[in-house]
Design a protein around this ligand. Structure first.
Ligand code: HEM
Length: 514
């Protein structure tokens, strides 16, 4: 029967017709695409199957991966084309002029297989980070008031209180005289903060001695997400869902979803019992639960859960990573650490409390420069990807609609044309005088344009308070036996943690010093 079919003229005729109608035009379009993009800087060595992926070092060797990508700057100071197989071009841009074209546009995030945001959807659903079009627009419009200055102001007390608990923990470790990893301490502190600020939930995770299942799940989800991005076979949902990694991913998704649903249900019950909150401004969960559009339609339960999952993750992982890099860099640059300490000491001098007040935040100018310089060298979100919906001319080359374009922050921030001596930690680059002439798109750790980070001011205030309080109380040095190992997957973090020695210090008194 099969043999007969093989010799059937109808089968062969059908195949020839399909070839002519579908495959040939597709192949010609692909050839045209390759021709169009051939003028862009890329690897010379092209593989028919892998494209230029075979030139990448082992995806699990973070330092080698970073070195390889930084090497693109030697070929071009503006952009580099990667072929992910011979079918998918990804154009990475890292010059402010090109970044501006992408970030200011309303081009959507790509959601095809293997795309960074598509891989996180089973976890955060259609939240603000992963959605596009009118869904994104409606939610962004709805949630923007939750980050108004008047809402952020009282959060400073929450930052201070959470920092005090972390300081106790650091104090205990400092007194032992051993080095410790500051990254998990910061993660617990920032999750306590986002839970309290955005959800009015007080779990006091920092004081829990047992492993917290929610934290564990978030950590595993972030790792499995990054691993999936570097395992092309796992781009296909069907294969990933049947793999051990995929099954573990789904189990952790279930756990974090239940955690979010419990928070939402408790708040809903309180709202039903007590009515709308008496406070002048609604917080994040209040907004989600009470939102109605013009037709009186509220958000669906799935939409609400997706946003809670999104903000719980985006609201703690990035700022804890950034603060851990900041403390690492200050431990390596003792002169900068002392300058930052002096600034905090000057502000707190003569006060009974060591709390950082809302009005102190703008005075922390040098600390702010240190934070910016940290985000330049180690942006927690290493890149931002969009898919073109129309042809765009970049440096004279017409990049066709359908191409993925990634703004690679790790490279833009180390582009020597914009930041001389790019690998050096020099916070003074960010003083007002030194930043004035710089292109505003040259430094974009929080992205820019319509899809910039909604939590940017929240994160900056939080990092200032946490870092200032730690620096006021402790002197930090690195542990040479446990170096950092930067790895840039979904989040640019140190996979070996950030190990420090902390020593209690007596704050200096400016009057006595002078
Ligand atoms: C140092 C800390 C942070 C950094 C470096 C950072 C970075 C970024 C970047 C680069 C984007 C754009 C992503 C893209 O377009 O693909 C983004 C978006 C976003 N961030 Fe942050 N973020 C930080 C903290 C936070 C915090 C604390 C929150 C919540 C409280 C938050 C919530 C969000 C959300 C919801 C989006 C999506 C916005 C939209 O598309 O409308 N982020 N962030």
């Amino acid at each position: 029967m099969i043999i007969e079919l093989l010799f059937s003229p109808i089968l062969w005729l059908t195949l020839v017709v399909v070839c002519i109608v579908k495959v040939v035009p597709w192949f010609l379009r692909l050839r045209q695409l390759h021709k169009k993009l051939s003028g862009l800087p890329s690897e010379k060595d092209f593989s028919l199957v892998l494209g230029t992926l075979h030139k990448f070092p082992d995806q699990n060797d973070g330092p080698a991966l970073l070195k390889y990508e930084l090497g693109w700057l030697n070929t071009s100071r503006r952009m580099f084309l990667v072929w992910a197989t011979s079918l998918r071009p990804i154009l990475f841009v890292y010059h402010p002029h090109l970044a501006k074209m992408i970030l200011q546009s309303s081009e959507p995030k790509p959601m095809g297989f293997g795309d960074v945001m598509a891989s996180i959807k089973p976890w955060v659903g259609e939240g603000l980070v992963t959605s596009n079009g009118s869904h994104w627009q409606r939610h962004r419009h709805l949630l923007t008031p939750a980050f108004h200055f008047d809402i952020l102001r009282p959060y400073v007390d929450i930052f201070n209180n959470a920092a005090d608990i972390m300081l106790e923990k650091i104090g205990e470790l400092a007194d032992k005289g051993e080095s410790f990893d500051i990254y998990p301490l910061l993660k617990k502190c920032t999750i306590d903060i986002i839970l309290k600020c955005a959800m009015s939930v007080d779990l006091d995770i920092q004081r829990q001695t047992e492993e917290v299942p929610y934290m564990k799940s978030c950590e595993r989800l972030a790792t499995l997400w990054g691993d999936r991005l570097s395992t092309p076979l796992h781009y296909i949902d069907w294969i990933f869902e049947r793999s051990a990694a995929g099954q573990e991913f789904m189990q952790h998704c279930d756990l974090v979803h239940t955690f979010a649903e419990n928070i939402i249900n408790k708040r809903r019950q309180t709202l039903e019992k007590e009515g709308p909150p008496k406070k002048r401004y609604l917080d994040f969960v209040d907004i989600l639960l009470t939102a109605k559009d013009e037709s009186g339609q509220g958000l669906s339960a799935t939409d609400i859960r997706s946003e809670v999952d999104t903000f719980l993750f985006a609201g703690h992982e990035t700022s804890s990573t950034a603060t851990s890099w900041l403390l690492h860099l200050l431990s390596e640059n003792q002169d900068c650490q002392e300058r930052a300490q002096q600034e905090v000491d000057n502000i707190l001098n003569g006060r009974d409390s060591t709390d950082i007040a809302w009005s102190d935040l703008p005075k922390l100018e040098y600390v702010s420069c240190c934070i910016k310089e940290t985000l330049r060298l180690y942006p927690p979100a290493p890149g931002i990807v969009r898919i073109l919906t129309k042809d765009v001319t970049m440096d004279g080359v017409e990049v066709p609609s359908g191409t993925r374009v990634g703004v690679l922050l790790i490279l833009m921030h180390r582009n020597p044309e914009i930041f001389p001596d790019p690998d050096q930690f020099q916070p003074d680059r960010f003083t007002k005088a030194n930043s004035q002439a710089r292109d505003p798109f040259a430094f974009a750790p929080f992205s820019a344009g319509p899809r910039n980070c909604i939590g940017q001011n929240f994160a900056n205030n939080e990092m200032k308070v946490l870092a200032s309080k730690i620096l006021h109380k402790f002197h930090l040095t690195g542990d040479p036996a446990r170096p950092v190992r930067p790895i840039s997957k979904a989040i640019f973090h140190s996979e070996s943690g950030v190990w420090l020695f902390a020593k209690r210090r007596t704050p200096s008194h400016p009057a006595a010093d002078s």
